[in-house]
Design a protein around this ligand. Sequence first.
Ligand code: NI
Length: 174
Amino acid sequence: MYLPILTYPDKLLKKTSVPVAKVTTKITDFINSLFETMYTSETGIGLAAPQVGENINIFVMDVHIVDPDNPENKKPNPIAFINPIIIHSEDTIIYEEGCLSCPELLIDVERSKHIIVESLDKEGRPQSHKLSDLSAVCVQHEMDHLLGKLLTDKLSRLKREIYKKQRVRDRAAG
Ligand code: NI
């Protein structure tokens, strides 16, 4: 089921999410909807529950695996994360990030280059992923959403005010 994506400055995006107590079929269905919603966007590689108005610690990601011998050949790699925790991080990387909740905003953000993240999968089984580069950046971006943090928090106060006015005007214009 497609779920409408909230955009800045919606207040629900600024709320801190809570852990999932039990992985029920309702949670699994919700995760399937998150994937479906993310795939409707051409650019989205991650989507967090608060972006569709559910303030719970869940996000989905699909950073395609590229075949080094044939870069045109991309394999999907969908992963769902429930109650994620980063247990290790190493080195830094600066990557230009965008967000489905912050249209027309692209900013350079410094993140950890390598991480190990533990979580539950969509059936509630513990999983651990060692990730680097874009996948690591994506996980850290999505985990910011669970803390109520957005790309707009990385802007200067003046730039944020300008962006906010622009968004409010664009939303009013439909
Ligand atoms: Ni985002």
